[in-house]
Design a protein around this ligand. Structure first.
Ligand SMILES: Nc1ncnc2c1ncn2[C@@H]1O[C@H](COP(=O)(O)OP(=O)(O)OP(=O)(O)O)[C@@H](O)[C@H]1O
Length: 531
C-alpha cells in the first residue's frame, strides 16, 4: 500500500495540479482529499481494484488504465471530469458514468463490456464525442445506432469485438443529434411513412409478381439537380416504352414554365402534401431547397398496372430513403465531371439563385464521396457532361440489364395471346443470350393485370388470409384473356436484383409442354401480398 498522505504540501494547492503516478503498486487511492486544485491524475498500471478517495476533486482528466477495477463506482461527485481512461481493466458495465455530464471522452478499451444495451447509462452525456470500446466482447452485430441508444450522440465510436483483436479496427461513425447523417434522416423518413401507412385501414394487394419476395422492378436515376437526369428519364420512357413508365413524384414547388401537372410532377400545396403523408401515401419524401418532393405508392402502382417498370429520378437523399424500403431498384448515378460545364448548365436554366447553384455544385462532391465510400451503393455511374453520350451509355447499360441485344425496330405490339401462345406464332421477346432464362406467363385480364389491385377488406383480411377462409379474387370470366410472356431477364424481373424462378422455360413454352398455365396462375393468385 502506498498512500497519498505523502503528497507534498506544495502540491496541494497549485492551480491545475497534475499527478502522474504510473507503474507503481498502489492498491488503494487515499490521501488526495485535500488536493483542491488537482485537475489531472494518472494512476495507470497500478493494482487498484476499487475507485475511491476521489470525492469532490476538481479533476478534468483521470487515467486509471491498467488496473484491476471491476466496477465504475464512487465517481458521482467528479462533476468536472472531461476525459476518463479506464482501459485495460475488468469493467463489465457502463453504470456509474451517468452523472458525469461534462465527459467528452471515455476510453474503455480492453474491458469486459458485452452488452451494448448498457449504453443507456451514457445516454444523457450530451458532450460525449468519443467512446472507445475496442477489445471488449461486444458483438458488432448488436450495434444499432438508434436514437434509443446512448451511442446516438457519440461522434466517433471505436469498436472491436474480442474476436477481432489486433486485426481490424472498425470505426463506426455515429450520429450527431444536431446534424444527423443522411442514413439517420432516411431512417426517420422511412419510419414516418411506415407508421402513417400502418395507421390506415390495411389493404390486401393481389400480387402479380412471381413471388412475394420479388419487389416491383424500378429504375432510379440519381444525381445533382439539373444534371440531366429528368431529361434522360423521359427519353428512356419514350424509347423503351414497352419497359418503362415515368414515375411522376409529388412536389410542393410551383411548376416551371412548360411543366404540366402530372407529366413531370404532381404539383400540390404544402397542405395537400402533408395530408398525403398523414394518409400513408408516400414511400419516401425529401425536402430539397425549401420544397417537398415525395414518391407515392400510386406512382409505382400506376406503372405496375401497365406491366411496366417505374423509372424515377431523385436526389441522393431520396435514394437513401428508398434503400430502406423493400423495393430494390437499380440505381444509376449521373455525375457531372466538368464542374464548369455543370455550373454553366445551372446558370443557363435561369431558375436558380447563386446560393442554390453553389449548393448544387458542392453536391457533386457529395455524390462522388458517397460513391467512393460505399461501393455498390450505385449500380452504375455515368458521367453526364455530354448528355448524348450519357444517354448512349445509359441505353447500353439498360440493354445489358434487360438481356436485350438490340431493341430498335422490334414490334412488340403483338406480344402474345392465348391463341398464338400455344402455336408459337406470337412474337416473343428474344430470350437473352445468357444460360436458360426463366419465363413467367401472366393473364392480362386477370386481376393481376391490375398489379397491386386492392381486395376489399371484407373478403380478405390479414386474419382470414392465413387460414384460407377468405374469398380470393376469381380468375376473369372473359372468353380470351390476354397473355404476356415475360422472360425473367426481362426488365420487369431483372431490373431488381433478386430474380425468382418459375418452371416454364423458353423451350417448353412454345411447345406447350410447360406446366399448366392455370396452375401457374392459381399459384400466383394465391400469393396474396399483405402490405
Ligand atoms: N421523390 C424525390 N426524392 C428525392 N429527390 C427528388 C424527388 N423528386 C424529385 N427529386 C429531385 O429534386 C431535385 C429538384 O427537383 P426540380 O425538379 O425542382 O429541379 P430541376 O432543376 O428541374 O432538376 P432536374 O432537372 O434534375 O429534375 C431534382 O434533383 C429531382 O431529381
Amino acid at each position: 500500500h502506498i498512500l497519498f498522505s505523502r503528497v507534498p504540501s506544495h502540491w496541494k494547492n497549485p492551480l491545475n495540479a497534475c499527478l502522474f503516478w504510473t507503474d507503481n503498486c498502489f492498491s488503494e487511492i487515499r490521501g488526495l482529499e485535500h488536493c483542491a486544485s488537482l485537475s489531472h491524475l494518472s494512476l495507470a498500471h497500478n493494482k487498484i481494484s476499487h475507485i475511491s478517495g476521489l470525492d469532490n476533486l476538481p479533476l478534468k482528466e483521470l487515467c486509471l488504465r491498467g488496473n484491476r477495477i471491476e466496477t465504475i463506482e464512487n465517481m458521482d461527485t467528479l462533476r468536472t471530469l472531461q476525459v476518463l481512461d479506464l482501459s485495460l481493466n475488468r469493467i463489465s458495465s457502463l453504470f456509474g458514468l451517468q452523472n458525469l455530464c461534462l465527459l467528452g471522452s471515455i476510453n474503455l478499451e480492453s474491458n469486459q463490456i458485452s452488452e451494448i444495451k448498457d449504453a443507456t447509462h451514457i445516454h444523457e452525456l450530451f458532450l460525449l464525442r468519443e467512446l472507445n470500446l475496442r477489445r471488449n466482447p461486444v458483438q458488432v452485430v448488436e450495434l444499432h445506432l438508434k436514437p434509443t441508444h446512448g451511442f446516438y450522440q457519440v461522434g466517433f465510436l471505436n469498436l472491436v469485438s474480442t474476436y477481432q483483436i489486433g486485426f481490424n479496427t472498425q470505426k463506426v461513425s455515429a450520429t450527431n443529434k444536431y446534424d444527423p447523417s443522411m442514413e439517420v434522416v432516411a431512417a426517420r423518413d422511412h419510419m414516418t411513412h411506415m407508421v402513417y401507412q400502418l395507421m390506415q385501414p390495411q389493404v390486401i394487394y393481389d400480387s402479380t409478381l412471381p413471388s412475394l419476395d420479388t419487389p416491383y422492378p424500378m429504375l432510379v436515376l440519381t444525381g445533382p439537380q439539373a444534371c440531366g437526369k429528368r431529361e434522360l428519364a423521359h427519353k428512356l420512357c419514350q424509347d423503351f416504352s414497352h419497359f418503362f413508365a415515368y414515375g411522376a413524384c409529388h412536389t410542393t414547388r410551383g411548376p416551371y414554365f412548360g411543366e404540366e401537372d402530372g407529366s413531370d410532377y404532381h404539383f400540390v400545396t404544402e397542405e395537400d402534401f402533408q395530408n398525403m403523408i398523414n394518409m400513408g401515401q408516400f414511400i419516401q419524401t425529401v425536402q430539397y431547397q425549401g420544397h417537398w418532393y415525395g414518391l407515392s405508392r400510386a406512382a409505382i402502382e400506376n406503372a405496375a398496372r401497365q406491366g411496366l417498370a417505374c423509372c424515377l429520378h431523385m436526389e441522393l437523399e431520396g435514394a437513401f430513403r428508398l434503400k430502406n424500403t423493400h423495393f430494390e431498384p437499380r440505381y444509376v448515378l449521373l455525375l457531372p465531371t466538368d464542374k464548369e460545364w455543370y455550373a454553366g448548365r445551372l446558370m443557363a436554366r435561369g431558375l436558380y439563385t447563386h446560393p442554390q447553384i453553389d449548393t448544387a455544385l458542392a453536391r457533386v462532391d457529395t455524390y462522388a464521396r458517397v460513391n467512393g465510400e460505399r461501393p455498390g451503393f450505385f449500380d452504375r455511374v455515368i458521367p453526364c457532361d455530354d448528355l448524348v453520350k450519357a444517354y448512349k451509355t445509359l441505353r447500353h447499360v439498360l440493354m445489358e440489364y434487360l438481356g436485350e441485344e438490340e431493341l430498335d425496330g422490334v414490334d412488340r405490339s403483338n406480344t402474345a395471346t392465348p391463341d398464338n401462345i400455344s402455336t408459337g406464332q406470337c412474337l416473343l421477346p428474344q430470350p437473352p443470350q445468357t444460360t436458360s432464362p426463366q419465363v413467367s406467363v401472366y393473364y392480362h385480364s386477370h386481376p393481376r393485370q391490375h398489379l397491386h389491385k386492392s381486395v376489399s377488406t371484407t373478403t380478405a383480411t390479414p386474419d382470414n388470409i392465413s387460414t384460407s377462409q377468405c374469398l380470393l379474387p376469381q380468375p376473369p370470366q372473359t372468353a380470351s384473356p390476354q397473355v404476356s410472356v415475360y422472360y425473367h431477364s426481362h426488365p420487369r424481373q431483372h431490373l431488381h436484383k433478386s430474380v425468382s424462378t418459375t418452371t416454364a422455360t423458353p423451350d417448353n413454352i412454345s411447345t406447350g409442354q410447360c406446366p399448366c398455365v392455370w396452375a401457374v396462375i392459381l399459384s400466383v393468385v394465391t400469393t396474396v401480398k399483405v402490405w
